[in-house]
Design a protein around this ligand. Sequence first.
Ligand code: AMP
Ligand code: FES
Ligand code: ZN
Ligand code: ZN
Length: 301
Amino acid sequence: MRCTFCPSEAVLRLRHANLRLCPEHLVARVEKEAEKAIREFRMFSPQEKILVAVSGGKDSLGLWAILTRLGYTADGLYIDLGIGDYSRRSREFCEVFAREHGLMLHVLELRKELGAGLDEIAETLRGEPCAHCGAIKRYLMNRAAWEGGYAALATGHNLDDEAATLLGNTLRWDLEYLARQYPVLPEGPKLARKVKPLVYLSEREMVAYCLLRGIRYIYEECPHSVGARSLFLKDILNRLEDAAPSTKITFLKSFLRVHDQLPPGPEAEVHACPSCGMPTAARGPCRFCRIKERMAQRAPA
Ligand code: AMP
Ligand code: FES
Ligand code: ZN
Ligand code: ZN
């Protein structure tokens, strides 16, 4: 199988883009698609400093490498969730990447922030661990980007993630979530701009990119994600994609084209949390501060 662009042997076939790519052209395509999304959605300029939230997985570490290669200034943020061996190993992948590339990595630890790791939080609080985790991560990412004076916070959400989220939101016709699903969300008071430069890149491309660029990352999924709805939706989309290549990219791009026709959603009344001062839609303390308080009230083991 020959590369679409040169006589070299292709290592990856992308049916949805009608391309067969050799290592060199695959790396070039991934970086070009990321740059395209950054420009198309005006995510940030080369003069702005970015904070990349890195989980130790292929997407976020790949994104950090791409941004650096494209000439952007990007520091990393790793949140140590205290999920046993999974957190210890994913943290190490981030630290090794930062060290090898001479990049700055900030680390926040849930045990220091909340007095407990996610495993203990999941045991103490009712509800899905992933829902608490998502809220905690969003809070810490925003606070770190805001306090650090970064122009934007970048996450490694890829095409597969975005298509699965879109399918979930569409199945519920959740107009509020649909209105907020966009590759760039603007900044506000104490709110950092949020950007997703990998929206046009599939999981397979990110795996191949990391492999070719020698980026080592954690393969395992978080142990709490077993049976998660997002994995189920991804599986369904993969089956659709097998039968009709380009289902995912068409689904996402068509949605992004009509996104500005969606009703803007109710303007959430935002208050300053009386405890930490960060913005929240809650009347009293924000969700993060409530979790913190709840963990402090635990009976000592
Ligand atoms: P997830 O919510 O696990 O699908 O991750 C989505 C994105 O959030 C990743 O691509 C990262 O950019 C970011 N992220 C996830 N977990 C962490 C973490 N522990 N520390 C920092 N960023 C994270
Ligand atoms: Fe948050 Fe798994 S990474 S629950
Ligand atoms: Zn080629
Ligand atoms: Zn608070």
